[in-house]
Design a protein around this ligand. Structure first.
Ligand SMILES: Cc1cc2nc3c(=O)[nH]c(=O)nc-3n(C[C@H](O)[C@H](O)[C@H](O)COP(=O)(O)O)c2cc1C
Length: 166
């Protein structure tokens, strides 16, 4: 599928079928993260693939997130990434790699939803043995969609794009 078609078709999915994600599709999704750009190519991330249902339920605070047959837990080593003018790039590195996965999943007919808020970092760390110096940035449930939401509203382009000045 052309990239723009995938970008236009992607939605955040909050209801999943229990059908397993084929390993070859998961491999492509993880390859997409592997190929993401990062600060000085430091690849500060660690992606923990969770299929075990009890673990899925233990690391999220919402049932629908745990209903997805796979959750990729996106962790970062902030010290491996850099920054500029007080802005830390590890979150940017993670955002790019996670979104690579989101789009690779969408291209293969799989749903995802960025989860930035529906987990407790200390609980996830304890459950999965994440070291103290790493951060849990986001969860990414992956599975076949059990819903087909329409597009969310977006601000008009002229509200956030300007030319030659702010
Ligand atoms: C960094 C980030 C964190 C998010 N966290 C959550 C979350 O915790 N729970 C949730 O249901 N959606 C979450 N979302 C999804 C957004 O709500 C969603 O992308 C937005 O409403 C636009 O809808 P769309 O993705 O279907 O276009 C998050 C998205 C981003 C980029």
């Amino acid at each position: 599928m052309p990239l723009m078609d995938t970008i236009r078709a992607r939605r955040s999915i909050r209801s999943y079928k229990p059908d397993p994600v084929p390993q070859e599709k998961l491999d492509i999704i993880l390859e997409a993260a592997h190929l993401a750009p990062s600060w000085k190519n430091q690849q500060c991330w660690r992606f923990i693939v969770i299929k075990d249902e009890a673990k899925r339920r233990a690391i999220t605070t919402r049932d629908w997130t745990a209903d997805a047959p796979v959750i990729v837990v996106g962790c970062a080593h902030p010290a491996l990434s850099g920054g500029n003018a007080g802005q830390s790039y590890y979150m940017l590195d993670m955002g790019i790699a996670m979104e690579h996965m989101v789009l690779a999943a969408a291209e293969q007919g799989l749903g995802t939803c960025w989860i930035g808020g529906q987990f407790d970092e200390a609980t996830v760390k304890a459950e999965l043995g994440v070291p103290d110096d790493a951060r849990v940035v986001a969860l990414l449930p992956i599975g076949y969609p059990a819903e087909a939401p329409g597009p969310k509203d977006r601000k008009p382009m002229d509200e956030f794009v300007s030319h030659e000045k702010w």
